[in-house]
Design a protein around this ligand. Structure first.
Ligand SMILES: Cc1cc2nc3c(=O)[nH]c(=O)nc-3n(C[C@H](O)[C@H](O)[C@H](O)COP(=O)(O)OP(=O)(O)OC[C@H]3O[C@@H](n4cnc5c(N)ncnc54)[C@H](O)[C@@H]3O)c2cc1C
Ligand code: SF4
Length: 336
């Protein structure tokens, strides 16, 4: 038995101060990750500071066309917000394809970005795992690594980043807003997720007691024609083996703008910038998409059990961009 204290914070400052004051303190939002890990002895907080009473819920449509999403907004509420379904379908679809309806009703946006990896060796609390117990080794390197990453890996950790939402947010250059002991910070979502390198225990740049208060999505007109495609072992309630968040603008048959990010294949939500650069100005056709995917995935480091992910990701990219191209063709010109 390990004693755990529980406190309910009445203000943002109170929540930050309470976690700061205890090196074993942690925020508790929907609890859908934190409580699982606690039960499995993977995390051992001494104090849980419940942040559910804080006024950090809601989705505001900003005058410039962007969004401000409160950190305590539930996944299900964000997925249904009119500004999201209309202007950012890739975000709505990424949310709806994640977890289950019950989980989405509990899980928050801040918690989603801070969720921990699903690597079985991390979660069994017994195997060598550099992320859970730095320096102990990585059981996945020679173990069952079918679900593990092929991009952004290191010799210390190959776990995939589990969030679907984060992949969509990376594609639209979202910004994570935080408040902590040092004041407020705005962190580009691309910089929020850290590659494992030789410090896989560090997953994001948050200080102890630093609270995510909101996520801002800049105006992104191209995202009106966007999609999130997810391949997994079963139709629901499952994490991605490969996923793609994509947005596309086609003018006179050529690609005038593109956003592409990958999930399920990398240690962080992966912005496919090589593919994006290749595609600009090329014909919007499957051959271009396949070539771009090949360039992005050329640096993949595979293992016998997860080598299939390279082909799966390539096909996912081609499918997503082909679907968006076909949808553009069937739209009236003035709506493109
Ligand atoms: C069975 C199952 C299937 C799932 N499938 C998917 C899936 O397919 N796709 C997907 O994307 N996700 C999936 N998830 C993960 C789920 O989306 C996350 O568990 C959830 O989003 C976490 O949010 P929460 O509010 O419950 O966080 P909590 O569990 O409360 O917290 C998670 C972590 O975030 C920290 N935290 C929470 N809020 C803040 C904040 N505002 N600032 C700083 N730190 C904070 C906590 O201290 C904790 O470390 C699944 C989960 C389960 C259990
Ligand atoms: S892949 Fe990462 S999380 Fe999994 S065992 Fe290795 S170090 Fe731990």
């Amino acid at each position: 038995m390990r004693p755990i204290s529980y406190a309910r914070a009445a203000s943002v400052d109170e929540a930050i101060a309470a976690v700061r004051a205890d090196g074993g303190g942690a925020f508790l939002a929907g609890g859908t990750t934190e409580v699982d890990l606690l039960r499995q002895n993977v995390v051992t907080p001494r104090l849980l500071v419940d942040i559910n009473d804080l006024p950090l819920s809601g989705v505001d449509e900003l005058p410039d066309g962007g969004l401000r999403i409160g950190a305590l907004t539930r996944m299900s509420d964000l997925a249904q917000a009119p500004g999201v379904t209309r202007d950012f379908p890739l975000i709505a679809e990424a949310l709806t394809l994640g977890a289950s309806a019950q989980l989405r009703n509990m899980a928050t946006i801040g918690g989603n970005l801070c969720q921990r990896v699903r690597c079985g060796y991390f979660r069994d609390a017994a195997s060598p795992c550099n992320k859970r117990d730095p320096g102990s080794g990585c059981a996945a390197l020679s173990g069952f690594n079918r679900g593990h990453a092929v991009l952004g890996t290191s010799d210390w950790c190959i776990a995939t980043h589990p969030s679907d939402l984060a992949v969509a947010l990376v594609a639209v250059d979202a910004v994570v807003h935080t408040r902590g002991p040092g004041g407020e910070r705005a962190i580009a979502v691309d910089d929020f997720f850290l590659l494992p390198g030789d410090t896989p225990e560090l997953e994001h740049p948050l200080d102890h007691g630093e609270l995510i208060v909101a996520v801002e999505v800049p105006p992104t007109p191209i995202a009106r024609r966007s999609a999130y495609l997810k391949f997994r072992d079963r139709e629901s309630y499952e994490f991605a083996l490969a996923s793609v968040a994509a947005a596309l603008r086609v003018e006179d048959g050529a690609i005038a703008g593109v956003r592409l990010a990958l999930g399920g294949v990398a240690t962080v939500p992966w912005r496919a910038r090589k593919a994006e650069r290749f595609l600009i100005g090329r014909p919007a056709e499957p051959a271009s998409f396949a070539e771009a995917a090949g360039q992005e995935l050329a640096g993949a480091r595979t293992r016998p059990l997860n080598a299939f992910k390279v082909e799966l990701a390539r096909r996912a990219i081609v499918r997503a961009l082909t679907t968006l191209t076909d949808a553009t063709r069937t739209q009236p010109r003035e709506a493109r």
